[in-house]
Design a protein around this ligand. Sequence first.
Ligand code: ZN
Ligand code: ZN
Length: 272
Amino acid sequence: MKRDGHIHTPFCPHGTKDTLDSYIEEAINQGFSQLTFTEHAPLPFGFIDSTPTQDSGMALGDLDAYFSALQQVKKEYAADISIQAGLEVDYIEGFEKETTAFLDEYGPLLDDSVLSVHFLKEQSNWYCLDYSADVFENMIGIFGSLTAIYKKYYETVHRSIKADLGPFKPKRIGHITLVHKFQHRFPNEVNFDLEIDSILTAIKENGYEIDFNGAGLMKPLCLESYPSPEVAQKALDMGISLVYGSDAHQAKDIGQGYDKLFPLPSKSISQL
Ligand SMILES: [Zn+2]
Ligand SMILES: [Zn+2]
């Protein structure tokens, strides 16, 4: 089954106004049989978005319209494609309680969802690691080094996997190597295999899945999926499921990177 488990929508404040129908039609054309729309959930209550444009999550007031729009397309396209209602929920260190409260309220409306780390905590501030290369460069100064950012990132992803966010905690961990996004401008030379191994082990122990995300392949400073095919293969060998995610923020991004991600062994493809 060809599935895309990570797709944004016109409800994304930093995305495009492409309609749900345009994403769905593109997916049908490419032979997908299942989609999950995973808009960025509203950021936890009390958290101040530190990005310059403050547009990382959707507005709380848009949630009802979002879920009803998804219900509508689910029915409309039922004969052609299976559509799941989801969210990409931020894991933000220090906001576990607020995130749990949000999930307790909206979790019953979710078929499937993704838990992602975009913000890293340093002292009592949070910084968005994937906003832009310039913001990332600033973070190197604030965190002290590139290595310190990598360390903090993997530590936060690990923490997100272990966190108790209640019964509606997402089962799929988003783009687990997002810290590579600007790697061709800020090359990392330190080996983080141990950190990645312990993340994979924690995912396995909790029965979670990995978002095998094609977006990084298209980013000129990254040129690599999140995670890389080698890490993906390792995850598969451990029996962890990978779910392809285009992370599309416009209809034409549906399926991005898909063909490059799957020269993995046939044994593995059947698990996707
Ligand atoms: Zn986004
Ligand atoms: Zn994300």
